[in-house]
Design a protein around this ligand. Sequence first.
Ligand code: HEC
Length: 498
Amino acid sequence: MLYRVKYFYKAIKNGFTSLRTECEVISPLRLLRCARNNADDVYKYNKNAFQLIGCVLILCQTFYSCSDKKKPINYADDIAPIIHKNCSKCHIDGEAGPFNLLTYQDVKSKAKLIAYITENRIMPPWPADASYTHFANEMVLSNEQIETIKTWVEQGAIAGDTSKLERPEILKRELRLGKADIIIRFPEKIKVTGNNMDMFLVCKLPYELPKDTFVRAIEYVAGNKRLVHHVNVHLIQFEDRKKRNVIEGKNWVNQDQSNSQTIHKELGILHDDGTYPAMSPSVCNYLPGSQFSFYPKEIGGYKLSKKGALYLNDMHFGPSPKDDIDSSYFKIYFSPTPPKRPVQEFQMGTLGIAPVEPKLVVQPETVKSFHIKADIPEDISVLTIVPHMHLIGKKFWAYAIKPSGDTIRLVRINNWDFRWQYFYQPKTMLHIPRGSTIYVEGLYDNTSNNPNNPFSPPQVIMERNGSMKTTDEMFQLIMTYVPYQKGDEEISIENIEP
Ligand code: HEC
């Protein structure tokens, strides 16, 4: 209601721009007042006109308020569309949300909490500053949507005609992405010991197909979303003749247990003659909170040899106070055609192509900023932007400066939250021209005022030889991209069908 009236004012206000009434008009009284203050002369000449407009607007507002009263906000018409689009994908069995938000009952039973949590923009979780850049996978409610939820709760959380809504079983099915062609699982569940320590595994999930094929995408489905911290997945392509039994070897071993050669032998990822098979790197990645989506058609994809394995060189489980289990799995989506434009990746900062400066060491009770800078030697089209820090990260800001001096905004996070790390997807493929420089700035807060500080009292926290332990720090910008082709800027990354 307010929105429409506001627009009406705007239209009227614009009609008066020639009379220089420059003020933000948000209520009929203000319109009159600002007309008085800012455009006294105009007001004198147009007194009657203004009074008339004022009356009309007040009438409008009354009319809209009345119609509001007649038809209170109800779940079926007004609330369900907001919840199903912005909340249900996580608040559904098997996802990270602690309860379901699918039906009227689900939402009503949490109505007050939902009003609070949306008004304070705690949910949906989206740490990136939406006033800096918008993304295809953005999860941000508009002010109007937040207001609607609030009013609905104040008016008694009315149901409306819920019979016309999709049944929850259908929603559950539809919220899942397309049906995978094959699913690859661990043969048994992984046990996580409740010792409050990080656990790093190296894993192999072998498979055998009737023939070589191509894949469009590989999706990791985290079993225990509270524990799995990150997963980097590579694809081992065995040569048929050189590997008789793909199943042989263990499915996982502890990463810190022995050196990598021993680990590879134990897992059985070598050919029978002791040679290493080919490997496609980084075919799938996961970070806390991240959601899978497809790349545009003809972008990405891999060859999948008849005999192969998914290789997880570090599967990281965060510290857990109690024994628990994980049953993560992979969904593989085939493609009828070979990959045309394979996706590549680069990483700046910790373990990356450009160092963190100065060295990432944060003394106790200090707040310190760091930066990373890298030149881009070729024209690229960026598909995802992934900021990464650990617990004491506070702010993250990345942008590129083109050779022309113009800035390309990448991402800004004003309140880093370790729990929500996304693969930010620009709305269309983002061209960064050759000769540009990417700048990344990060702020770390190692004081006792930081509620996320893992140590009390604070201790020195730093980057340790690329250690990924949650209580050590990292500072990275990871981007996936393809070499630029003319017209890439037009290719949308939003709502891509499987
Ligand atoms: C990306 C996944 C995701 C999305 C999208 C999401 N949530 Fe959540 N939500 C979570 C997780 C995970 C938690 C548990 C948070 C925690 O343990 O810190 C949670 C917690 C909550 C809580 C309980 C908070 C508390 O303090 O008890 C409410 C209420 C909630 N979400 C409502 C919503 C609503 C409403 C939306 C949509 C407007 C939404 N969520 C969207 C993942 C999500």
